[in-house]
Every structure is written in C-alpha cells, then in structure tokens.
Ligand binder design. Structure first.
Ligand code: LLP
Length: 427
C-alpha cells in the first residue's frame, strides 16, 4: 500500500501500526484503512476544484458513518444511489443539501425520503422519473432541484460492465434522437422542479481524458440548444466520476489537480465556443478517493505448488470480500506483509476459500518461495468496491473495516458474526 512502510524486521506498517499487531487484534481477513490518507485525498479533491466546483464522493465505492463524518469535515459532498446509502448519510449528519441522489430506478419510497429530507439534487434518469419527482415535490409543497442524466454516446476505455456512456445500456436519457432535449423541455415546464443542469458519467477506472472531452462537448452542445430553444442557460454540469487509480505498477493515474485543471479547461473551452456562460462544474469521484486508502490483510492457509504451472496460495477470504477479480478480471498486486524474505520469487495465484475455481483474488503474482501457512498477505487498493460489494457467499461473514491513524486503530465497520447471518434466517 502506498502509505505503508516496512519496519526494521520487514513487517508492513500503516498509520504507525504493524500488520502483525493489527492481525492479532482484529483478526483476518480485514480491511485496514489509513484515515489520514482518506482525509488528505478528500482535501486534495476539494482544493483542486476550488470554489467554482463541487466534489461529490460516490458513496457506492465505500460508505459508513465514519466516512460520512470525514467527508463532512473535509468539505466534500456525497452522492448516494439507494435508500440505504441515503439513510447512512443522514444518520451520520451529512447536511441534506450536500447530498445528491442517483439511480436508474429509484423507488417511490426512496424518492419520497430524499425530497422530504431536502437533498440538494436528484439526478433524474428517465421520463417517468421526471414526472414522479415533480408529482412528489408538488405533493410535499417544495421545489426540488434536479439534474438530468444524459447518455452522451462515447465508448469509455474500460471494462464493459463499468462503461456507462455508450448508447446500448440502462443509464441516462440519450442525447441521440433528441430524447435528452425532450427531457429538458418537460422538466422546464414543471413548476415543482428546478432544473439545475445536465449530468454525464461515462464509466469507471478511466485514465485518459478524451472520453470526458467528448462528453463535455456533447453536454455543452445540449446546453447551447436549450438556450437557443428556451432562452435559459442551465447553471450546472456534472461530469460524473470514473477516474482511475493504480491497482498495479502499470497504472499511472493523474493527480486531482491535473484532473481539475483539464476538466475545467475542457468545459471552459467548449462554453466559449458555444457562447455560453461557464456553468458550475461538479464531479463524483468514488474509487479515486477511497480506493488507495485501504488494503486487505489475509492469512495464508495452504500453499499448493503445481509443477510446471504455478503455486496456489489459499487465503482466509476471497470473492466474498473482493469480487472484482472474478467479475471484471481486475488486476491486483499482493505482498508478503508479516516478515521480510530473501527467498526466490515463485509464480503464484492467490485464491480464496470459496467453493468455486473462479474465486481468485490475485491472478498472477510473484511471492517468495518460502511462503508458508500463517504468513500474512496484503492486497492494496481495496478501499473501493470491495467491502461495498462484499457478500455472504458460502455463509462467510463479511470482514471488518478498521481505521488506522497516529498509531491507533479503531473498528469503523465491525466483522459480521455467524449470529448476524443466522439472525436473518427466521424459517
Ligand atoms: N457517479 C456515478 C453516476 C456513478 O455511476 C459512479 C460509479 C460514480 C460516480 C463513481 O465512479 P468511480 O469514480 O468510483 O469510478 N463496481 C465497479 C464500479 C462501478 C461503478 C458504478 N458507478 C468496480 O468495482 O469497478
């Protein structure tokens, strides 16, 4: 992990604590989150975008009450996409006006709760939803701020399952065929809605900004058409999240200030060309805030060499705490964390304890040939979409998240127990 160091015995330490001590206190598998790093990332995003833009952390990456507190204190807003995330945000005291609600099929109850709570914006995703939100707001006697999620029709260079701006998928209202323009027409007619602007999210784990350029060009094009048709300049553009992080040494992510600079320039340039006042920009990074802050610590259970092939190293977690390798062919790195070793590297595959062969945590890794049961392995960059996508497959309780800071560690999400699992089983 990028904020971790090794002590004089070669033991990995984070936030002033050794992983050997952490494992003894909290058990394995467990996610260890560097709180100072999390806060520093929030600040870096906030400062990079300055006062002319808003940064919404995408809670789907990882959300719990402690995280909401950090966001609140460090000046970030929060994007939630379900009633559960909204409930967490409100329970942890996020001011409603700093919350945005997303989703392609928000339930009536979710919308009701959001409007009633006074969330700062609802990103509407369909014609039905425009009508639903307007109806609800009218009923509750408020004017609800909304953005319209549009599909700009670009192919983001990422895995198919996490690309969201090509036309043939479920999110947003297509610009193509005038559908987005029609959505704007309808929203502008509804007194219970205050149309703030347009939203585009092109996908996730993206490194080059060319997709954002195309998106900004097309979104600004829509704003220009709206001005020409209705004589109003919509005041906001949201370009979504999706900024990539380093999972392995090959990944070369940009820093928040570089991203802010290029997105700002792109939007300004497009607006100048279109003769529009530059709207307020917002972005929604999830992975780029929380991903690098956390590593998963596992204990090795078995080491199984298969001659001529590779060595299978089984750990005490797997696809239930990190589904990303199985689901997206994601690449991770892994390191022996509990000691130094000068043994030869051996080609290894780190696998979990679940009952299927696709249960792979790290597909290809070199680990020292003297690796043995009881050794601890650290897999970095698991702070986004690992705990939040964790499951109870095979009735494995989900691991805890432990925040480490200044030589102290505290559980922010506790380990699930067998009693937790049995509690739901009421038959
Ligand atoms: N905004 C919207 C509207 C989104 O749909 C998403 C992610 C984000 C922001 C945040 O994207 P980020 O900056 O974290 O890439 N489970 C997948 C990623 C799916 C993301 C879905 N939406 C994964 O593990 O890679």
């Amino acid at each position: 992990p990028h904020t971790a160091t090794r002590d004089e015995h070669g033991v990995l330490t984070v936030g002033g604590m050794s992983v050997v001590d952490l494992a003894a206190e909290f058990g394995t598998p467990a996610y260890f989150l560097d709180e100072a790093d999390f806060r520093a990332r929030c600040r870096a995003w906030r400062e990079a975008f300055g006062d002319d833009a808003d940064v919404f952390y995408a809670g789907k990456a990882f959300l719990c009450r402690a995280v909401v507190g950090w966001l609140r204190e460090e000046g970030l807003n929060l994007d939630v996409c379900t009633g559960g995330e909204l409930a967490t945000a409100l329970a942890a005291g996020m001011p409603p006006e700093r919350i945005a609600l997303h989703g392609n099929n928000k339930s009536a109850a979710e919308l009701h709760r959001a409007v009633e709570a006074g969330v700062g914006r609802i990103v509407v995703d369909s014609f039905q939803e425009i009508a639903r939100v307007a109806h609800l707001a009218a009923e509750l006697g408020v004017r609800q701020k909304v953005q319209i999620r549009v599909t700009v029709g670009v192919e983001a260079h990422t895995h198919e399952f996490i690309a969201t701006a090509h036309e043939d998928q479920k999110f947003g209202i297509p610009l193509a065929g005038g559908q987005a323009a029609e959505a704007v027409r309808r929203a502008l007619k509804l007194d219970a809605l205050e149309l703030l602007g347009v939203h585009s999210h092109i996908g996730s784990q993206i490194f080059d900004t060319s997709g954002f350029e195309v998106a900004a060009h097309r979104v600004v094009g829509l704003l220009r058409d709206v001005r020409d048709e209705h004589g109003v300049e919509l005041p906001e553009i949201d370009l979504g999240g999706g900024l990539g992080i380093a999972y392995t040494a090959e990944d070369d992510p940009k820093e928040p200030h570089e991203i802010a600079k290029s997105l700002g320039e792109i939007v300004r340039r497009e607006c100048e060309l279109a003769g529009l006042t530059v709207p307020r920009l917002s972005v929604e990074p999830g992975r780029a805030v929380s991903g690098p802050t956390t590593f998963t610590l596992y204990e090795v259970g078995t080491v199984k060499p298969l001659p001529q092939l590779r060595t299978y190293v089984s750990v005490d977690g797997g696809m239930s705490d990190n589904i990303r390798t199985a689901l997206y062919d994601a690449e991770y790195s892994v390191a022996l964390a509990s000691r130094a070793s000068t043994a030869e590297p051996m080609l290894s595959r780190v696998v979990g304890k679940h009952c299927e062969s696709g249960d792979i945590v790290v597909r290809d890794a070199f680990l020292p040939a003297d690796l043995a049961p009881g050794d601890l392995l650290a897999v970095p960059a698991t702070g986004a979409y690992c705990r939040s996508m964790a499951s109870n497959y095979n009735h494995v309780p989900r691991p805890p998240v432990v925040a480490v800071a200044d030589g102290a560690a505290r559980v922010i999400v506790r380990r699930e127990t067998e009693e937790d699992l049995l509690r739901l089983d009421v038959g």
